[in-house]
Design a protein around this ligand. Structure first.
Ligand SMILES: [Zn+2]
Ligand SMILES: [Zn+2]
Length: 325
């Protein structure tokens, strides 16, 4: 970790601190392609992410070798893209892990790297940047840096607004972070809106589409083959956990006021029932569907009750007929 002055590096390269982008005064001696404003940021970056990616950065940051043919050049470019994509995911996962562990400070450099590689690969306006903005916002919130969190979130919101292909998981994360931001600002009205309204409807729509297709298939398969089903929510494990976390916290906001807005509570209960049904947890699916039904019978139309009755019947049918392979 010696200090090497910028004169030692090729002309024309922009020498900025990896963490804050201030003019660089030292370089990582292990890779010699990463610069810092001083020891504080070098140490912070090393502890967060640089130790893990130091050597991986060398091929990304050294000049492109000379290629003999256009084909070779294309191949070289493709390889570069692959490497950057790998780093996007890797840095994202590392940052996310720090956040789960409550290490907000450590999460920042890793999340910043994920953001920068995303910018390189996808451009400055891509919806692919949003997950990294959200990580940075969450880390900033954890550090009590409200203004910074707000900046990242408005970047994320703006990018989402302009895009047409934003996933439900990303919408959901955006609203959760906006919810947390307003909580921090003690604007509980706005917080409630972001934590509840949009999110549960987004999840409902997503799971309902999935459920419509799958429940048909599952009913037919019970009749014909008695074939084993596997978990099929179309989500990965982390997204499922996120969905459960969000929906149950929305439920805890909604339930005390379900007399005033029963339809909304029923929607959340039904969404949770569908989620657990798709996750093959029929016990929990049954529980939430039954709660949805009894609330619907109290407050909603017969037609609305029937939809939930159907769901409950389906869950019960599968329970009674344990499927064997
Ligand atoms: Zn710096
Ligand atoms: Zn290095």
């Amino acid at each position: 970790m010696n200090v090497i002055y910028p004169l030692a590096v090729p002309k024309g390269r922009r020498l900025c601190c990896e963490v804050c982008e201030a003019p660089a005064k030292r370089v990582c001696t292990a890779c010699t392609v990463t610069y810092y404003c001083g020891p504080v940021h070098q140490r912070a970056d090393w502890g967060s992410i640089h130790e893990k990616i130091c050597q991986l950065l060398i091929p990304l940051r050294t000049a492109m070798p000379f290629y003999n043919s256009e084909e070779e050049r294309q191949h070289g470019l493709q390889q570069l893209q692959q490497r950057q994509k790998h780093l996007i995911e890797f840095c994202y996962t590392v940052a996310q892990k720090y956040l789960f562990e409550g290490k907000h400070e450590d999460a920042v450099p890793a999340a910043l790297h994920s953001l920068r590689f995303r910018m390189n690969v996808h451009g400055l306006n891509s919806v692919e940047l949003v997950p990294a903005y959200l990580l940075l916002a969450e880390a900033s919130l954890g550090l009590g840096r409200i203004v910074q969190a707000e900046e990242y979130l408005s970047q994320a919101q703006w990018t989402v607004l302009k895009s047409t292909d934003c996933s439900n998981a990303t919408y959901s994360l955006l609203h959760r972070n906006l919810g947390l931001l307003y909580m921090a600002k003690e604007n509980f009205e706005e917080a409630r809106y972001h934590l509840a309204n949009d999110v549960s409807e987004i999840w409902h729509k997503y799971l309902n589409d999935h459920y419509q297709v799958l429940s048909q298939a599952r009913v037919q398969q019970i009749d014909l083959l008695g074939k084993q089903f596997v978990n099929d929510t179309g989500l990965d494990e982390a997204q499922e956990a996120e969905a459960i976390r969000i929906l149950t916290s929305i439920l805890s906001i909604r339930e005390p006021t379900s007399d005033k807005a029963p339809r909304k509570t029923v929607l959340v209960l039904k969404t949770l029932a569908m989620l657990y049904y798709l996750m093959m947890d029929s016990l929990k699916a049954h529980e939430y569907a039954a709660r949805a039904l009894s609330l619907a019978q109290e407050h909603l139309s017969v037609e609305e009750q029937n939809v939930i009755q159907e769901l409950l019947t389906l869950i019960t049918t599968e329970e009674e007929q344990p499927i064997t392979s």
